[in-house]
Design a protein around this ligand. Sequence first.
Ligand code: C2E
Ligand code: CA
Ligand code: CA
Ligand code: CA
Length: 276
Amino acid sequence: AKVAGKNCYRFYSRAMDQAVERRVHLEHELRGAWDRGELSLVYQPVYRLADGLMVGAEALLRWQHPQQGLIAPSVFIDVAEQSGLIETLGPQVLRTACRDAVGWQEARASGEPMFVSVNVSPRQLRSGDLPQSVAESLADTGLDANRLHIELTETAVIGDEVHASALLSQLRAFGVKVWLDDFGTGFSGLSHLRRVPVDGVKIDRSFIADVLRDPDDLALTTAIIAMAHSLGITVVAEGVEREGQYAILRERGCDLAQGYWLGHPVSNDEFMTLLH
Ligand code: C2E
Ligand code: CA
Ligand code: CA
Ligand code: CA
C-alpha cells in the first residue's frame, strides 16, 4: 500500500508538472500574441426587446493560435489574469473596441447610436489603472463616453467594495456605463446593488437556458427584472438561443438581449454589414 501510495503521488505530481508546464508555455506564447496579430475581437449584437432594434454589441476576445487553432477566452483569460498579462492586454482590447465603435457610429450616422460593451477582469479593476486607461481610449479614438459600457463580474467587486465603488464612480463620472456581468450566479448579488454603483445587470445565461422549462428560473428572472427596474437599473439577458426565450423575456419587460438566436459573435468587418 505504501508503494502504491508513493507511485500514486508520483503520478499526480507528474500530471501536475505537465499542467504547470503547459500553462507556462501558453503564457509565453500569449505574451507576444497581440503584436503578432493572433488576438482579435469579435462582436455579438445586443438587441432592444421593446422594438427589436440592434443597439450595441459586446466585444469578445479570440486567439488564433498558429498550431492549436482558435482558442476560447475561457482557456487563456485565466492565464492572462494570473500572469498579469491582462494589464497590457486589457488596455489594447479597450482601445480596439472603442476604435471599432467609432466606425459603427460613422456607418450608422443617421440611425440610433450603438454602444460597445467591454469585459474587464478582476485584476484589471484592482490594479486601479482602469479609469486612466478608459479615459485614454476615449480621448484617442473620439468615442463618446456614454457609448462605452464596462462589464464586470461580481467577483471583481467582492471583498473590496469600497475601492471598487470609488473606481466605478470615476468611470461613471466620465459618462461610461457599468454593467454587472453573470448576474445571479453569486449569492450576494442583491446586496452588491446597494453598495456598488452600476447602470445595468446581465442575467447569467444559466437562468435564461431554463426559463421556458423551469418555473423557478422564470420566477428568478422576473424578480431580477422587477428589482433592477425599481432601482433604475437596466437589464440584459444573455444566452438567448430560442425564440420562446426572447418572447418571454420581452413579455416580462427585460430591456435588452443577446444570444445565438439573435446573433453569434462576428468579426468587425462582418458586424459592419449588420449596421445597414
Ligand atoms: P461572458 O462575458 O459571459 O461572455 C458571454 C459568452 O457567452 C461568450 O463566450 C459568448 O460567445 C457566449 N455566448 C453568446 N451567446 C450565447 C448563447 O446563446 N449560448 C451560449 N451557450 N453561449 C453564448 P466567449 O466569447 O467564449 O467568452 C467567454 C468569457 O471570456 C466571457 O464570458 C468573458 O468573461 C471572458 N472574456 C471574453 N473576452 C474578454 C476580454 O476581452 N477581456 C476579459 N477580461 N474577459 C473576456
Ligand atoms: Ca460579458
Ligand atoms: Ca456573462
Ligand atoms: Ca434550473
